[in-house]
Design a protein around this ligand. Structure first.
Ligand code: ATP
Ligand code: MG
Length: 219
């Protein structure tokens, strides 16, 4: 088991990790958008990429299904809160990719500031129930949380919720759905996560890789 398995999610994180891999001398030999394979070979003997759901990356790395992975701070923070603290993941590096922010958004005709001031109960739909719970508890705002798995923007438009907690980058999706960002919760980017045991057992392969990533991020 001297090989190395890197867990990535398709889309933004995969695309933005490629230049960092390249800087470490690693080329992924297949395109996940055209290939149906979930295990992608690279030009480096024994180094492979596995494609998993964004929210499954920490799980793969934590339990050793992958030695390392790239996961958003949104996913890492949400799961750390759900597990009551931190998961046994080494997080050596902020890769500064897939940057966005986590925000509260509402319909333009919902007076969020007034609702907060009056101490009203606010219905909030989100995929990030733990982060939302903590955010509103810190503000002393009473919320009813509704867990969704996607298309959060739809919730205020259909009357399912007053507000959503979701990721925003350009704001284009919010605008297209006539929603407004009323509060920013945290800045998001993706981090490198490494399995604790692998860090010890595969140090000789992992350390140069982490260093090459760090160099590419700083460049
Ligand atoms: P899944 O497909 O597993 O349900 P998802 O659809 O949320 O997950 P993506 O939308 O591809 O997955 O997002 C994956 C990660 O990319 C997120 O966890 C986040 O860190 C980052 N991300 C999501 N949206 C944006 C955005 N608008 N701008 C920049 N980064 C983003
Ligand atoms: Mg997706």
């Amino acid at each position: 088991m001297s090989g190395l398995t890197l867990a990535l999610s398709k889309g933004r994180i995969f695309e933005e990790t490629l230049p960092l891999l390249r800087a470490a001398g690693i080329e992924v030999l297949e395109d996940p958008e055209t290939s149906r394979k979930l295990i992608l070979p690279t030009n480096r003997d024994g180094v492979r990429v596995v494609l998993v759901r964004a929210s499954d990356v920490p799980t793969y790395v934590q339990y050793g299904g992958a030695d390392l992975g790239v996961a958003g701070r949104d996913v890492l923070h949400e799961q750390a809160l759900a597990q009551g603290g931190s998961h046994g993941l080494y997080q050596p590096l902020d890769l500064k990719i897939a940057r966005c922010r986590m925000s509260v958004a509402t319909r333009a005709d919902f007076d969020y500031a007034a609702a907060v001031k009056q101490g009203s109960r606010i219905r909030v739909a989100t995929k990030y129930t733990e982060i939302a719970r903590q955010h509103f508890a810190d503000k002393g705002v009473h919320v009813d949380l509704i867990k969704l798995y996607g298309s959060m923007e739809l919730a205020p438009l259909t009357g399912l919720a007053d507000a959503i907690v979701d990721l925003v980058s350009t704001g284009g999706t919010l605008r297209a759905n006539k929603l407004v960002e009323v509060e920013q919760i945290m800045d998001i980017s993706s981090r490198l996560v490494v399995n604790q045991a692998a860090l010890k057992l595969k140090r000789d392969t992992l350390r140069p890789l982490i260093d090459a990533f760090a160099g590419a991020v700083a460049a």
